[in-house]
Design a protein around this ligand. Structure first.
Ligand SMILES: [Zn+2]
Length: 166
């Protein structure tokens, strides 16, 4: 049995890397269920790569498939700090992963419980175990503090621009 909090802490560390690079702080870790080895990690890189698909989960899935030399991630668990969006939830279904563990739900784009349920849809050919709410507060706080910081920065920028204009 995997220690969910231990791996979620690793995912949080990945999210902090994103934060430090000015990216929305979401991190992911892919783990082998058999031996608990970390197969791949990823964090959101959308701004730097100018790639709409560079979400934390996609990075971990892509790197994980390369590391395992297979596109099937059966036998693995993906840990991610925030509820996956429709794209990432779809990628998880396509990867045939066994289990998804996430921290905080996301009311604006979440595709596991908030808006849709892509990962356990009765008409899809693959379903996975889902564990939600692991280190929920930490995961949510990181997002909150990022958006708070960004609002302050935008305010400061506008203020500066206003002074230059006057
Ligand atoms: Zn996503």
């Amino acid at each position: 049995m995997l220690d969910h909090e231990k791996y979620m802490r690793m995912a949080l560390k990945e999210a902090v890397k994103a934060y430090q690079q000015g990216e929305i702080p979401i991190g992911a870790v892919l783990v082998n269920n058999e031996d608990g080895q970390v197969v791949a990690t990823g964090f959101n890189l959308r701004e730097q790569t100018m790639d709409a698909t560079a979400h934390a989960e996609m990075e971990a899935i892509r790197k994980g498939c390369q590391a395992l030399h297979r596109w099937r991630l059966s036998g693995c668990t993906l840990y991610v700090t925030i509820e996956p969006c429709a794209m990432c939830a779809g990628a998880l279904v396509n990867s045939r992963i066994d289990r998804l563990v996430y921290g905080s739900n996301e009311s604006k784009f979440g595709a596991v419980e908030s808006i849709f349920n892509v990962v356990n849809h009765k008409l899809l050919n693959h379903r996975m175990e889902v564990v939600a709410g692991v280190l929920e507060d930490e995961c949510r706080q990181l997002m909150k503090s990022f958006f708070h910081m960004r609002r302050l920065q935008n305010k400061a920028r506008k203020q500066k621009q206003h002074e230059l204009d006057c």
